[in-house]
Design a protein around this ligand. Structure first.
Ligand SMILES: *[C@@H]1O[C@H](CO)[C@@H](O)[C@H](O)[C@H]1NC(C)=O
Ligand SMILES: *[C@@H]1O[C@H](CO)[C@@H](O)[C@H](O)[C@H]1NC(C)=O
Ligand SMILES: *[C@@H]1O[C@H](CO)[C@@H](O)[C@H](O)[C@H]1NC(C)=O
Ligand SMILES: *[C@@H]1O[C@H](CO)[C@@H](O)[C@H](O)[C@H]1NC(C)=O
Length: 335
């Protein structure tokens, strides 16, 4: 109970600090079908390049979404969509910041799957790479042209780069993944046409990027993939970074339909990595417990205060501290 209460106070402190610090405008947003929809239009929340668009549900689509058209219609199509506001990954004191992101996507396949989807971060606000195996992220030689971090969800085995189709990988300066893993290890068929829930977190404390995938909205405890690197080695300069998604098809009888339904992202203040380890649902529950605790506490205090006032009037003697704390302890034990 003590620990929980301590956390509750901490949560309250964070909330209060959040409200009372006007200068601290750290990026923290949620977009998609459940709240504010993705908007590709001028002045919208996304910059969309190539074939990226939105649908009537407010979701984001990355390649042409019309179905059952001739194969050529999809040849070498690609889309890039980047959130219009930058993530400031470097604070005023030169400390790098962690981030935490969640999204739900679906990859549906035409005749055969190809090529893949990527969650991306660049040092520029607008960028389009080559289609096909370059995922719309890298140049046609598979190398970066701007500073790049990509987490790829690849559904096609490109013989130069990929060990297998259906893999998740972390890519930096080139398409050759730093680490990658077959999604079947988590019993996931990336192009299986079902919703895939993804969590991508970077912790400045540990320097690890962690990727989690799951077929339901339940964040796995163990990461599916992790890779250690310093943000400063990828995005030098001033830490201004733009995040979003890319998807592509190649020149073959193989294409996918990529839909991002929901996306949330949060930049975490330097030194506050404990954010990454606690599920947001846990925060909400603790908040509720705290409020539930507060109500009886206030009523006890006002009760005690009332008794003190009256007994004080009668006998000239108030309540002792012990009696008061005893009352509160009893009430706590009930909770
Ligand atoms: C895909 O985007 C490219 C570049 O904007 C465009 O030329 C092409 O017509 C688009 N394809 C489809 C099927 O919308
Ligand atoms: C982004 O990175 C590229 C490659 O290092 C560099 O040429 C470019 O100037 C950078 N752009 C910005 C806006 O930092
Ligand atoms: C994954 O799903 C796609 C689309 O349903 C299907 O074509 C493919 O065979 C599946 N892969 C496996 C190994 O089941
Ligand atoms: C970082 O550099 C880019 C490119 O020079 C610039 O557009 C951006 O405003 C800078 N960000 C900050 C926080 O200074």
């Amino acid at each position: 109970m003590g620990l929980r209460r301590c956390r509750a106070f901490w949560v309250l402190a964070v909330v209060v600090a959040g409200f009372s610090a006007p200068g601290s405008s750290l990026l923290d947003f949620s977009l998609g079908t459940k709240g504010m929809s993705f908007q590709c239009d001028e002045g919208g929340n996304m910059w969309c390049g190539g074939n990226a668009s939105t649908n009537s549900e407010g979701a984001l689509t990355l390649t042409p979404d019309g179905r059952n058209l001739p194969d050529e219609y999809y040849f070498n199509t690609q889309g890039m969509a980047l959130y219009t506001l930058p993530l400031q990954l470097l604070d005023n004191e030169g400390r790098w910041r962690s981030f935490s992101c969640f999204f739900r996507f679906r990859i549906e396949t035409g005749k055969f799957p190809g090529d893949g989807l990527a969650f991306v971060m660049f040092n520029v606000s607008r960028w389009e790479g080559a289609p096909g195996g370059d995922l719309g992220v890298y140049s046609s030689s598979g190398r970066q042209k701007v500073k790049t971090l990509a987490v790829e969800f690849d559904t096609f085995p490109n013989k130069d780069f990929d060990e297998f189709s259906n893999h998740v990988g972390v890519d930096l300066e080139s398409l050759r993944s730093k680490v990658s893993r077959n999604a079947y290890d988590a019993n996931i068929n990336l192009s299986g046409g079902e919703d895939i829930y993804t969590w991508i977190d970077y912790s400045v404390d540990s320097s690890y990027l962690e990727v989690r995938i799951e077929m339901r909205d339940q964040r796995p405890v163990q990461p599916f993939l992790r890779y250690q690197f310093k943000l400063s080695d990828v995005f030098s300069d001033n830490g201004t970074v733009f995040a979003g998604f890319s998807g592509s098809n190649g020149l073959c009888i193989c294409h996918n339909f990529y839909t991002i339904f929901d996306w949330s992202l949060k930049v975490i203040p330097a030194g506050d990595d404990s954010y990454l380890y606690v599920n947001s649902m846990f925060f909400i529950l603790i908040g509720l417990v705290f409020i539930l605790l507060l109500v009886p506490l206030v009523s006890i205090l006002s009760h005690v205060w009332g008794r003190k006032y009256y007994s004080g009037q009668r006998t000239g003697d108030g309540f002792g501290y012990r009696e008061l704390s005893l009352d509160i302890n009893e009430e706590e034990n009930k909770l």
